[in-house]
Design a protein around this ligand. Sequence first.
Ligand SMILES: Cc1ncc(COP(=O)(O)OP(=O)(O)O)c(N)n1
Ligand SMILES: Cc1ncsc1CCOP(=O)(O)O
Ligand SMILES: [Mg+2]
Length: 205
Amino acid sequence: MISLQFITHQTERYSYFESARMALEGGCKWIQLRMKEAPLEEVEQVALQLKPLCKEHEAILVLDDHVELVKKLEVDGVHLGKKDMPIDQARQILGEAFIIGGTANTFEDVVQHYRAGADYLGIGPFRFTTTKKNLSPLLGLEGYASILSQMKEANINLPVVAIGGITNEDIPDILRTGVNGIALSGTILRAENPVEETRKILSNS
Ligand SMILES: Cc1ncc(COP(=O)(O)OP(=O)(O)O)c(N)n1
Ligand SMILES: Cc1ncsc1CCOP(=O)(O)O
Ligand SMILES: [Mg+2]
């Protein structure tokens, strides 16, 4: 079974919490609570609801961006990008017990996060997506193959999660480039039945 990280999103049909609940029910074991436009208090409220549900499903819960909230609520970790707190600073605040993920779009980003002590990398975007604004350059399969081969060459062993506009059909080819996991949002939430879609994705791969 692939390592699947579900990225929460609010849609016309679903709240952030509901989106995560469906992914968990479909068997996903790794949720990232990403509430881009929401005030911190609202993120805290949803995280407090989601934490026991993730525990019940034996799933990991990481928050997008909010290092201090991760520490306060004692969830499993945080995901940080270029515009967020630097990873070495987050490590000082959180210590070794928390998971810290970093966003990379180039091999140079990978090296920087590796040196700063990231636990995993979210590399993307694979293709265009409306889930995130101001996307970095699209990578496609060639982008992953190139970054992964440079990592191998440099002996950088960090789990890599591919992200951005990925659909179920893309997963086998993306995994063949050497990435370890896939992060999904829209393709699950656009499905008629997101719970079944999650199950299908997990059982296909
Ligand atoms: C798994 C994963 N990879 C990349 C990102 C993007 O993070 P970031 O660059 O900080 O952008 P925002 O998500 O904060 O808009 C991610 N969240 N998760
Ligand atoms: C958070 C994030 N970072 C790069 S693309 C992306 C959005 C992923 O969502 P989707 O699977 O809907 O493209
Ligand atoms: Mg961020």
